[in-house]
Design a binder for this molecule. Structure first.
Ligand SMILES: Nc1ncnc2c1ncn2[C@@H]1O[C@H](COP(=O)(O)OP(=O)(O)OP(=O)(O)O)[C@@H](O)[C@H]1O
Ligand SMILES: [Mg+2]
Length: 424
């Protein structure tokens, strides 16, 4: 049987996970295009929110949602789905819901068992989806969500002010609703930059001053504390304070921890001769990294410069892999708001159908790999390619048009034509 290709995007072939249906006149359409056109008719959002409302907060539902947005990173998606589920199960009482999802009921006998808080640490190279996963989880749960950079946390000795500013931002993101704030998610990025001085790995790239002090300052916040924030900042006469309890706020820390794979390697090879010997010469660097990062343990993080008390408050450590070529290619078109879809949407407003050929996508991926910034590299490559097209798009002729980006265009060796479609 020949493999059916979607007549709408002209790209997607039928696979087990990508169904295609054939309509009258032998027109094929893939699931992704159905979803896209539903959104164009204003149906997608409704379907989405209904889907969300019906969703129960179970790991499978979270993972299925993440699958629509995040490519690969299977272990991370699964671990986080379970960790988030456990966290909110702990937070919620019977019959309650977070955002638009409700937790499944607890058996009566277990109701009084106290669960400890499970903050999360994600470790992985730059641009592989750490922040994106956290963002999507918050989106799914419909809870307030902020991202703070650990490097901005003062180490001048007074972490208190920063603690207040983190909680204040979350409170603002929750439309100043205290109850919502207390169930939000705070992502603290670049946590490897607050590694202790003298830690191993890449800590020499980090800040020298007081990384340890910042970690100390965060301990109470991430466990449980009451933070007072000033309700009307800027109003001199007002000193109304709002008190926020942080015990149910979920903290997700992210960091690239450059060089940590070497610490893992050292530990593994000193512990077992087998592992060191297993290190094959012809393994690619990425494959080697992916094999090692799976073995990450708290020992390695302590060696890197995180203090034990800090790690002790992170119940779940999730390693993320570096992305393969195939994954990068999928990231280009597959997620709901992929880069290609974003441009397709933009050009749609100028009545232009945008298409990328398969080999153009290969060129983009190759180029992005050279930038060594994971999926982040894709954006800059594609932006460069699209610049000329976006520049002329508004003043093309009236009518339904098509623009095909092929390998030559992607390499910058040719200009993309915007052609009028016949009969349009
Ligand atoms: N696995 C993935 N699936 C889909 N999109 C991804 C994936 N990884 C990264 N992206 C996209 O690439 C961009 C950068 O990813 P993200 O911000 O999550 O990187 P990060 O891992 O947090 O990196 P950094 O350590 O530099 O903060 C985002 O726009 C995201 O949508
Ligand atoms: Mg990030």
């Amino acid at each position: 049987m020949t493999q059916r290709i979607c007549s709408f995007c002209n790209q997607r072939r039928e696979t087990e996970v990508e169904p295609i249906v054939t309509g009258p006149f032998k027109v094929n359409i893939c699931l992704q295009c159905v979803l896209r056109y539903m959104a164009d008719f204003g149906l997608g959002d409704q379907a989405d929110s209904k889907e969300k409302q019906q969703a129960r907060l179970i790991p499978k539902a979270i993972k299925t949602y993440l699958d629509q947005h995040i490519i690969e990173q299977e272990t991370a998606k699964k671990t986080l789905s379970v960790a988030v589920y456990n966290h909110y199960k702990r937070v919620m009482k019977d019959g309650e819901a977070v955002g638009s999802v409700s937790v499944d009921e607890l058996p009566k006998a277990l109701e009084d068992v106290r669960l400890t808080k499970g903050n999360i640490l994600m470790v992985g190279p730059t641009g592989v989806g750490k922040t994106a996963i956290a963002e999507q989880i918050a989106e799914f749960l419909d809870v307030p969500f902020i991202v703070k950079d650990a490097t901005t946390l003062t180490s001048a000795g007074y972490v208190g002010e920063d603690v207040e500013s983190i909680i204040r931002s979350l409170w603002e993101a929750a439309d100043r609703d205290v109850e919502k704030t207390e169930r939000g998610i705070v992502v603290i990025d670049e946590v490897d930059k607050i590694a202790r001085r003298g830690g191993g790995g890449g800590s020499s790239q980090g800040r020298d001053v007081g990384g340890e002090g910042v970690q100390q300052g965060l301990l109470k916040l991430i466990e449980s504390t009451q933070v007072n924030i000033q309700a009307d900042m800027g109003q001199v006469m007002s000193n109304k304070l709002v008190q926020i309890d942080t015990s149910n706020i979920l903290f997700i820390f992210c960091g690239a921890f450059v060089g940590i794979e070497q610490l893992i390697q050292q530990r593994m090879s000193s512990g077992s001769i087998g592992f060191g010997a297993n290190k094959s010469q012809n393994k690619s660097k990425d494959k080697e990294y992916n094999d090692l990062i799976k073995e990450l343990s708290t020992q390695d993080l302590i060696k890197f410069g995180l203090i034990p008390e800090f790690i002790g408050r992170l119940a779940v450590v999730v390693p993320l892999e570096s992305l393969s070529k195939d994954a990068l290619k999928e990231i280009l078109w597959k997620p709901k708001s992929s880069l290609i879809r974003q441009y397709q949407r933009l050009l749609n407003l100028n009545n232009i159908e945008l298409e990328f050929t398969d080999d153009a996508m290969d060129v983009i991926v190759e180029d992005a790999i050279k930038r060594k910034a994971g999926a982040r590299g894709l954006r800059s490559v594609i932006e460069k390619i699209m610049l000329d097209i976006m520049y002329v798009a508004p003043d093309t002729e009236e009518g339904h048009k098509r623009c095909v980006v092929n390998a030559e265009v992607a390499k910058g060796q040719a200009k993309a034509d915007i052609e009028l479609l016949e009969g349009a």
